[in-house]
Design a protein around this ligand. Sequence first.
Ligand SMILES: [Zn+2]
Length: 324
Amino acid sequence: MTLSPIRNTLRFSIATLALLMGISVVTVACGSDSLKDPAADGKLAVVTTIYPVTYFTQRIGGDRIHITRLVPAGVEAHDYEPKPSDLQAINRANVVVYTHPAFETWVADALKSVGAGKSVVQAADIPLPQGAPGAKAGAAGGEEARSASRDPHVWLDPLKAIGIVSRIAGGLIAADPAGQQVYNTNANAVISDLTALHERYSGGLANCSLNTIVVSHEAFGHMAELYGLRQLGLSGLSPESESSPATIADIIKNMQELGIKHILVEPIISQKLAETVAAETGATLLPLHPIESLTQAEAAAGADYLKLMDRNLQSLRTALACGS
Ligand SMILES: [Zn+2]
């Protein structure tokens, strides 16, 4: 797949965030027209794709924005294909926020088919995978495929999530400069939450007997890299890229040799392979949420990124046999 280069890279200096990192906002076209065509309710019209960027965008934009989220609760986010109504929403939007071309592989084509004059935020700043979409990279099961550098699940690393927040804030400010103070204040509140989350993870994972986790799909490369863990995936970077029988046999051998007693599984996708491996090894299944899409039940129960990340930490502490 060839991705069209996004032409203009604008750098914004946002005093409060610039202390943490440089802020890079990419725009297809920096149009003043976008501000003359606000959403029907007078708010900035923002289209988001999957749950993580939606959560961060909502918290940063607050009451100044109206979000249309394209990938609904309960839908497996890797498989999503846009509907005609999604393209209409993108066309009407002032701001489009997505994660990365390696995750929402359809966004580049969708943007080509709509008018210019919108601020487009690619929230995750990681290199593009070579050639095929990153979703296929895990199938080979090699070391390169397991590298965090090819993993689009950047939001599972609280520190890299700070970069996501900064880029979204920059995109909102580019489209709505009058809201700069609000966006910066809200972004700083999210950054405080993410910093505290990182401290809970650092402390919670500091004293563990194991360092290897067995997961449904290899969504946890960035998290693993940050906290010194190793992930073994029953599927690769996408749930559809199932590991080979040889890789599964290797995972079972690793579990037996290292004394791994848990398999970390996620909602939405099938747990059949995890149950088979659990039966083979006597392991117990525990939840570990990739937070790429919430189930409808989770959404209705008020689950959010921070709550699910804390629940993930509890599962990791059990799976890794961590002490206090
Ligand atoms: Zn995933």
